[in-house]
Design a protein around this ligand. Structure first.
Ligand SMILES: [Zn+2]
Length: 645
C-alpha cells in the first residue's frame, strides 16, 4: 500500500489516468498475494480510490487485453491478470531467455499449483531472478495491447515513415488529446519515444506489445498494403477523362510516384474510405490539429487526427491534382479527381473553403454508392416489391420517391430503371449529378452554368420521343408542371421530391401550384423511404425488450421479445453497424386517397385513407426491421424522432 502512494509522490508528472493505470497494473502484476482474481471494490479499497474510477480502469485494461473479466456467483465482475502473466512468458521467450517448451511446462505447473509464473520459472532454474526482475520492470505499470484485436488507426500508422516503424519495432495506435498511444516491444527505447513524438507532434504514452503482435501488423500494413499503393500508381496520368459533370472543374488523376508521407496518408485515407464504403471525407482544420471524419452509412464518424502541416499538405496536393488554384486558400473552389482501385474507377469531387484555422476540404466519393442493385435488394417487403414492380410496368403516369437528403431515393430510382431497362423502351434521365452510369439509358447531367436546368433538360428530353423519363428531383413549380404534363401524355415519369413522407408529397405539389385534379389523374403512387443502419453480423448481441421498448414498437405490454443490440468489433470498425437498408411506405392513388386530395384535405386525412386501404407506414416498416433483428431500437428512435422534429 505505502509503496504505491510513495510512487505517486515521486512521479507527480504522470497524468491522473496514467497513475491509476500504473497503480492497478502494479498491484495485479505483483499477484495480489497469490490471489487469482480481484473485484473492483476490493481493488478500490486497497488503492483508497472511488470504485467507479477503478472499475472504468479495469474495463479499459480488459479492452486492451491485459485482464480477463468473469461474472461471479453474486453477479459481481471478477478480474484476472492471466493474459499479463502469460505476457511475461512471451517476453522471456521472445528475448531468447526461455525456450517455448520450458514456458509450456512452467505454465502447466502454474495451472496446477496456482503459484506465480516468475516464481515457478526461478524454482525450476529456467531463468534467473535478475532476468525476471528486468522483464517485470519493463512490464510493470505499462498496459499491454493485443494488436490483432485492437482497431488500429491505419492513417496514423501511415503517417510514420516505414523505416521508423521497422527500426524501433513500434506501432502508433491512436491519438488521444495531445497523447500518442504507442505500442512498443521495448518501452524503454527513449529514441523511439523521441522520434515518434517529433513526427506525430504529441506526447508518447507507451503500451507494451509482443514480437508476434508486431509481425502481424507489419504483414497487414506493409506486406499486402504495398500492393494497394501500387494499384493507385497504375491509374497513372493520361487516364484523365474529359470532364462530364460540373462545368469549369478540371480532372486530375491520383498517382503515387513519390513516396512522401502526404501522398501515403492521402492514399490511405481514400482507400480506407473506399474500403469501408464511406461516401464523404471531411478534413477540418482546428487551431493546432486537423480531425478527419468519414460519412459512413449516413453519419459522420471520427476517423483520425492529422498534424496541421500534414493537413495543409493534403489540401495542396488535392488542389494540384484537381487543377485548382493552389495559391488561393480563402475563396471556395471545387474540382474533380479520378482514380482507379481494384479495377473500379472512383470519382472524387473536391471542395475547399478557407476557415479561421485554414482550409477545410470536403471530398465526395461519387461511385462509392451501391447503386447497382436490384429491387429485391432495397429492403422492400415482399408486398411492397410486388407493388413497385407492377407500377414499373405501367405505360404512363408518375411515381414519386420521397424522403430527406441521403435517404436512398436515387438508389431506388436506379433500381427501378434497371428493372424496366429493355431495348423496346426509350429511357432518358435528367440528373444532378449523374451518380451512376446505366448502360442503354440516355443520362443528361444538369449544367446550371450552361443553362441546362431540370426544366430545360426535361423539355429537351420530351422532343426525343421517350417512353420512360427519370427526373432526378423536382425542385420548382416549373419542373413539377412539365413532369406532370409528361405523365399525362403517355410517359412513365419517375422522380424524387424532398418531403418527409408519402402523404407530404401530395400537399407539397399542391403548394407548388399543381391543380389537385391533375395530381390525381397523373400520380400512380408515392414511395416514402429512409435508410436504416444494419447491425454488424459479426458482433450483434441481444437483450430482452423492456416496457418502454414495447411501447415504442406499439406492442402489447408483457410481449416476450428479444431485441438486437449493437456491440462493435474490428469487422465493423467498432461501430456495431455495417451497411444500410431501405425502409419504405408506398401510398398508391386509389379512390379513397384520390377523394381526399381532390377535396384538398390535410395530410392526416390522406394518411388515414391510405392506412384504411392497407398502407404500411414508415414507422410500422421500421418497427418490423427491429423485430426481424435487422436493426436496433436506437436506430428506430433516431429515425422516428427526426420525423417528429
Ligand atoms: Zn461488428
Amino acid at each position: 500500500m505505502g509503496l504505491f502512494s510513495g510512487k505517486q509522490e515521486t512521479k507527480p508528472e504522470f497524468a491522473p489516468g496514467e497513475t491509476l493505470t500504473r497503480r492497478v497494473l502494479a498491484l495485479l502484476d505483483d499477484g495480489a498475494k497469490g490471489e487469482e482474481e480481484v473485484t473492483a471494490s476490493a481493488l478500490a479499497s486497497e488503492l483508497a480510490l472511488p470504485v467507479g474510477d477503478v472499475e472504468a480502469e479495469l474495463k479499459t485494461l480488459v479492452r486492451f487485453g491485459n485482464l480477463v473479466r468473469r461474472t461471479g456467483k453474486n453477479g459481481e465482475a471478477h478480474y484476472s491478470a492471466t493474459p499479463r502473466r502469460k505476457l511475461l512468458g512471451d517476453l522471456l521467450v521472445e528475448s531468447g531467455h526461455l525456450s517455448p517448451e520450458h514456458l509450456k511446462e512452467a505454465l502447466d505447473e502454474q495451472a496446477r499449483t496456482g503459484e506465480r509464473l516468475g516464481v515457478t520459472l526461478v524454482d525450476r532454474g529456467y531463468v534467473t531472478k535478475q532476468i525476471i526482475g528486468k522483464m517485470l520492470e519493463m512490464q510493470r505499470g505499462i498496459p499491454y495491447v493485443n494488436l490483432s484485436a485492437y482497431p488500429i488507426d491505419e492513417i496514423l500508422v501511415r503517417s510514420l515513415p516505414e523505416r521508423v516503424i521497422m527500426e524501433h519495432k513500434i506501432v502508433p495506435l491512436a491519438r488521444s488529446g495531445d497523447e500518442i498511444h504507442l505500442a512498443m516491444l521495448d518501452p524503454s527505447d527513449i529514441m523511439a519515444v523521441d522520434t515518434v513524438g517529433r513526427f506525430l507532434h504529441g506526447k508518447v504514452r507507451p503500451f507494451l506489445t509482443t514480437e508476434s503482435d508486431f509481425s502481424w501488423v507489419v504483414n497487414k500494413y506493409f506486406g499486402v498494403g504495398r500492393k494497394v499503393d501500387e494499384s493507385l500508381t497504375e491509374a497513372g496520368p493520361g487516364r484523365a477523362q474529359p470532364e462530364a459533370g460540373a462545368a469549369g472543374s478540371a480532372v486530375g488523376v491520383i498517382e503515387a510516384f513519390d513516396d512522401s508521407p502526404v501522398v501515403r496518408v492521402l492514399n490511405t485515407i481514400v482507400q480506407d474510405a473506399v474500403r469501408i464504403g464511406a461516401t464523404d471525407i471531411h478534413v477540418e482544420p482546428e487551431s493546432d490539429e486537423t480531425p478527419v471524419r468519414f460519412r459512413i452509412d449516413g453519419l459522420l464518424v471520427d476517423k483520425t487526427v492529422l498534424p496541421r502541416q500534414m493537413a495543409d499538405g493534403i489540401a495542396s496536393r488535392l488542389k494540384v491534382l484537381a487543377g485548382m488554384d493552389i495559391a488561393e486558400r480563402i475563396r471556395p473552389q471545387d474540382g474533380r479527381v479520378l482514380f482507379s482501385i481494384e479495377g473500379r474507377e472512383y470519382d472524387l469531387r473536391i471542395a475547399t473553403l478557407g476557415t479561421a484555422f485554414g482550409e477545410r476540404v470536403a471530398i465526395r466519393l461519387l461511385n462509392n454508392r451501391q447503386v447497382q442493385v436490384g429491387l429485391e435488394r432495397l429492403g422492400l417487403s415482399v408486398a411492397q416489391q410486388t407493388t413497385l414492380e407492377r407500377l414499373m410496368r405501367r405505360q404512363h403516369g408518375m411515381v414519386l420517391v420521397t424522403g430527406p437528403t441521403g435517404s436512398g431515393k436515387t438508389t431506388t430510382l436506379y433500381a427501378s430503371l434497371s428493372f424496366i431497362n429493355e431495348r423496346v423502351r426509350n429511357i432518358m434521365t435528367i440528373e444532378d449529378p449523374v451518380e451512376y452510369r446505366l448502360p442503354g439509358i440516355t443520362q443528361i447531367p444538369v449544367r446550371e452554368k450552361s443553362g441546362i436546368t431540370f426544366g430545360i433538360g426535361l423539355r429537351a428530353i420530351l422532343r426525343h420521343d421517350p417512353d420512360v423519363i427519370m427526373v432526378g428531383e423536382i425542385r420548382d413549380a416549373e419542373t413539377a408542371s412539365i413532369a406532370i404534363h409528361a405523365a399525362l401524355t403517355g410517359h412513365l415519369v419517375l422522380t424524387t421530391l424532398h418531403t418527409n413522407n408519402a402523404t407530404g408529397a401530395m400537399i407539397r405539389l399542391v403548394d407548388m401550384g399543381i391543380e389537385p385534379y391533375l395530381l390525381t389523374s397523373s400520380v400512380l403512387a408515392v414511395v416514402g423511404q429512409r435508410l436504416v443502419r444494419v447491425l454488424c453480423k459479426a458482433c450483434r448481441g441481444q437483450r430482452p425488450a423492456g416496457a418502454a421498448d414495447l411501447d415504442l414498437l406499439r406492442l402489447p405490454p408483457g410481449t416476450d421479445l428479444m431485441l438486437p443490440m449493437a456491440a462493435g468489433c474490428p469487422e465493423c470498425g467498432t461501430l456495431g453497424y455495417k451497411g444500410r437498408t431501405g425502409v419504405f411506405e408506398i401510398l398508391t392513388m386509389d379512390d379513397a386517397v384520390r377523394e381526399q386530395v381532390l377535396q384538398r384535405k390535410p395530410a392526416t386525412a390522406i394518411l388515414d385513407a391510405a392506412r384504411a386501404a392497407g398502407m404500411k407506414t414508415l414507422r410500422e416498416a421500421l418497427a418490423e426491421k427491429v423485430q426481424e433483428g435487422v436493426t436496433t431500437i436506437e436506430e428506430f428512435q433516431r429515425l422516428t424522432s427526426a420525423e417528429a422534429a
